[in-house]
Ligand binder design. Structure first.
Ligand SMILES: [Zn+2]
Length: 407
């Protein structure tokens, strides 16, 4: 049973007082109190595994009631969860718990010139979190944030002049930087480190990086605005495998879903068996670093129901993104009263124009679910080249799947 935790009982159980504190706080939340009745002890990993898991909405409910405050300095509110409507919030103190990350993971050093390309403002967390890591690292920082499509070329030329050695952003944003550099023929020979957080790594980035910055290697963080950074990896680790921090307790439930419990006494969010929706497993990392590491197998919700058939969105996207000329793809599902009326596969293009009709025909013949779902109206499955994909203005992310209601 304890094999389903990232830490051994010996390492984790003495720190469970933090989890007991979270439990006491959650019991004071009127909407959640009842879920924890009958829980009389939390001493062992077995006790923890018996607690009900928390979902995103549970945590938002708890925070709305608790309104935690940092012991020292400001309390920052960041966007947390919910893809529609008003932002839900997660809390963090100045510093964003990055001292614990820096103790385990040092991708940057004093000699680095680091471009922070995570969007700043709009209550987004990653820009500030990585700024705190840069602060601890003592490097030079270019706080660029998000730029518009026609600004890439000028900024890239500036990066080359400044001999930028490191850049960081969400993989979606990094894709735009590297694809723009590639299209413009810009080389960044001094660039050696690419920091990423916020989405899964995108294999196309490896190809673009090899062309633009052959020395560059990826350095990943896994986390969310609720849990903050849970784990990190290095260029020697597979891109989906992360070494978890000692202050983060990761659990894999019998269904293969990950949940997270904070062991950090300074944590403002009462994260207690919190589920991000990601599936995963605990493995030993091929890089050779001892201990259990967490392999993230992607979000369970990447399988979407289309006319009663489960369609693997990430698989289709991955397949299409290997086509020449396709920089990035996005799956747009249109529904009317819960029924799929159509699917548009949007292709962001760069370089040679992709053969849209051939891609469409190949997909239909290779994807049983697509051909079956659209057997009677194949024209409702469309593939289109576009100048821009659909981004979420609130979160700054470009999801593989967008669901639209047909009005
Ligand atoms: Zn590793």
């Amino acid at each position: 049973m304890t094999d389903s935790f990232s830490l051994t009982p010996e390492a984790a159980e003495p720190q469970l007082r933090v989890a007991r504190n979270s439990l006491e706080l959650l019991r004071t939340v009127p909407e959640l109190a009842q879920r924890y009745t009958g829980v009389d002890r939390l001493r062992t990993l077995g006790d923890l595994a018996a607690l009900p898991p928390m979902m995103k909405d549970d945590l938002n409910t708890a925070l709305a009631h608790l309104e935690p405050k940092a012991e020292v300095g400001a309390t920052w509110l960041f966007q947390s969860g919910g893809s529609t409507g008003a932002p839900k919030v997660g809390y963090a103190p100045t510093g964003f718990y990055m001292a614990g990350v820096y103790a385990q993971w040092r991708p940057l050093d004093r000699d680095d010139v680091f471009v922070n390309a995570w969007g700043a403002g709009r209550m987004w967390g990653a820009h500030f979190l990585v700024a705190a890591l840069a602060d601890l690292s003592g490097c030079q920082v270019l706080s660029v944030g998000s730029v518009t499509r026609d600004e890439y070329a000028d900024w890239l030329a500036f990066f080359a002049t400044r001999r930028v050695t490191a850049i960081g952003g969400t993989p979606s944003v990094l894709r735009l930087w590297f694809a723009s550099a590639r299209a413009a023929g810009v080389k960044l020979p001094a660039l050696r480190k690419v920091l990423w957080l916020g989405e899964a790594w995108q294999p196309q980035l490896d190809e673009d990086m090899a062309a633009v910055a052959p020395q560059a290697r990826r350095w990943g963080m896994f986390g969310s605005t609720e849990t903050w950074v849970v784990g990190t990896n290095t260029p020697d680790c597979p891109e989906d495998t992360f070494h978890t921090l000692p202050e983060q307790l990761v659990h894999v439930d019998p269904d293969g879903l990950l949940d997270f419990t904070t062991l950090n006494p300074e944590m403002l969010n009462p994260v207690l068996r919190y589920r991000t929706g990601d599936a995963g497993e605990l493995v030993s990392c091929p890089c050779g670093r001892p201990g259990r590491s967490m392999r993230v197998l992607g979000r369970r919700d990447s399988v979407v129901q289309v006319r009663g058939l489960g369609l693997h969105v990430d698989e289709i996207i991955g397949r299409v993104e290997r086509e020449p000329g396709v920089t990035r793809a996005q799956f747009v599902l249109t529904e009317q009263g819960g029924r799929a009326t159509g699917v548009d596969l949007l292709l962001l293009t760069g370089g040679p124009a992709p053969d849209v009709e051939r891609i469409r025909a190949d997909l239909l013949s290779a994807t049983f679910t697509l051909s079956t779902a659209f057997q009677h109206d194949p024209e409702s499955f469309r593939v289109r080249a576009v100048g821009a994909l659909i981004s979420n203005d609130r979160t700054g992310k470009t999801a593989n799947l967008v669901v639209r209601e047909d009005s």
